[in-house]
Design a protein around this ligand. Sequence first.
Ligand SMILES: [Zn+2]
Length: 408
Amino acid sequence: MIHASQGSPFYAQRFRASGIDPQRVDSIRDLDRLPVLQKSEIRAAREDMVVPGSAVVESCTSGSSGSPLIFDVCPRRLEADVAARIRAHQWFNLNPGDPMVYLWGARIEADAQDRFKTVRDWLINETLLNAFELSDERLLAYARVLLNIRPEAMYSYASTLWRLATFVSQACPELRGAVGRVAFATGECVRPDWREAIEAGLGCRVAEEYGCREGGLIAHECDKGTYHLSAENVVVEIVGDDDTPVATGCDGRIIITNLQAFGMPFIRYDTGDRGHLRHGGCACGRGLPTMGRPTGRSFEFLEASDGTRITGVSISRDLKEIPGIAHYRVVQEARDRVRVLVVRVAGDERPEIAGEVAARIRARLGESTRVELQECDELPAIASGKYRYVLNAMDEDAPGCDVVLRNA
Ligand SMILES: [Zn+2]
C-alpha cells in the first residue's frame, strides 16, 4: 500500500481522498473505506495507475468481451502467477517437463508461436494447439495429436475442453482417454455437465484454475476438489451490492488485491465474478485458505423481470432437458427480451422446440419475457476461442451482441 500510494498518482489520490494512512494498513479490513476499483476507472485512468519507472508491458483481457480492458503488468506479477500454477500442478504430481498440451486461443500467445517458442516448447515438453475457430476437422486433428503425444495433462478453456471431449466421445470414440492425469480448465466456470463430459472424453480428471488476466491466478482446485487461494499473491474479499464485505459462506462479488502487482497496482479490484469464501480447511491437508467454486462472471447471470439474478447454469440445465438441441446460446438483450440461438441435433425437425425453449426461459425470467428463437448450423465462435452459452448482453463486461450473434 505504501508503494502504491507513493508511486502511483491514481492511488496517492485515492488513499488521500479515503483518509487512509497507507503506513497503518495491517489487514485488508483497514482498506474498507477505499472504494472498490471498477474496470471503467482503469479505462479512464490507466496511465496514472502505473508506478513511474516500473518495467511493465501492456496486456488486455482475452478479447471475448466487447471492449477488452487494457492494463499494464510487471514481470513480478507474471512470475508469481507462474509459481502458483507450478505449485498447483504439483498437487496432481505434475512437474515441469511432464508432457502437456495447451489448447489455447489468445491471439498474442498464438502469434508468438515462432521458432524460438517451438524449440522452447520442445525442450520443456509442451505442445500448443490453436483453439481459434474449432471446426470438426480441426478437432479430429487435435484428438489424433493427443493420442500420439499422450500428454499427462491438458490446459485450456473449460468450454473448449468440453467441446473437444464431446467431439471425441461422439465422433471418434476410439480416440477417447488420451490424457493421462488431469485437464486444467480455466477462463470460465466449469459446469457440472462439462466436467462429466471432459472426464469421459479425455479419460482424466478436471481441475479448475480460477483467475483473470488483470488480477492474476486467484485460486486453484486441489485433488480433493477444493479451491485454494493463491494467498501469497492475492487477497480475496467477497462484497455485497453495497460494496461492504459479506460473511464467510455468503455469495457476493469477488474483489481482489494483488500483492505482487508492483508496476500497476490492483487494490480492491472488482473482478466481475461471483463466489464465496469457505470456512475450514481441506481434506488434502494444505493450509491455504479456501473459497467455494466461483459461480460465474456477472454477465453469465440473466435478470428476471422482477430483478432477480438467475445463474446461467440453471438456464443451461433447463435447455439440456429439451430433446433435439445440440448447441445453444442464450443472449439477454434487454430486461424483457431474450434471443436463443439453437443448433439442432442432425435429423431433428420437431416444430415444438421453439415453444419448449420459450416456456423454460419464461418460467425462470417471467411470463412477460419475449423469447426469439433463431436456428443456425453452427454456433458463431467468439474471438478468444471460448464458447459462451448464457450471456447477459446488458452487462458492461459482456461480449457485444454483434460478436455473439455474428453470422448466426
Ligand atoms: Zn485441498
